[in-house]
Ligand binder design. Structure first.
Ligand code: FES
Length: 95
C-alpha cells in the first residue's frame, strides 16, 4: 500500500443512490452533480475541486445529500438553488 496527499483540495460527493423503496437521492443527485460539475468548470476550479458521485451515505430520508470533504460538512435536502452556497463553502478555503 502507498499513501499520498489528495490530488484535489476539495471533494464534493453527491449521493446518486437509487433505492427500490423509500427515500433516496436519485434522480435529483445526478442533476445536482452535473450542475455542480458545470459550475466548478465554469469557475476554472476543476483542478482544485473534484465533484464525484457517491453511493448511499446512509441519511436517505434527508436527501438529496452532498458531502464536502475534507471539511466533513453535510448538505441535506439540497436543491439546485443551493449550489452557489455549497460552492461558496468549498471555495472559501481553496482561494
Ligand atoms: S440514497 Fe442518498 S443517502 Fe441513501
Amino acid at each position: 500500500m502507498e499513501t499520498s496527499a489528495p490530488l484535489f483540495k476539495k471533494y464534493i460527493f453527491v449521493c446518486e443512490n437509487a433505492r427500490a423503496e423509500g427515500a433516496c437521492c436519485s434522480p435529483r443527485g445526478e442533476l445536482l452533480r452535473e450542475a455542480l460539475k458545470k459550475k466548478v468548470k465554469d469557475l476554472g476550479l476543476s483542478s482544485k475541486i473534484r465533484v464525484s458521485r457517491a453511493g448511499c451515505l446512509d441519511v436517505c430520508a434527508e436527501g438529496p445529500n452532498i458531502l464536502l470533504m475534507p471539511d466533513n460538512l453535510w448538505f441535506k435536502k439540497v436543491e439546485v438553488k443551493d449550489i452557489p452556497a455549497i460552492l461558496e463553502k468549498a471555495i472559501g478555503a481553496v482561494l
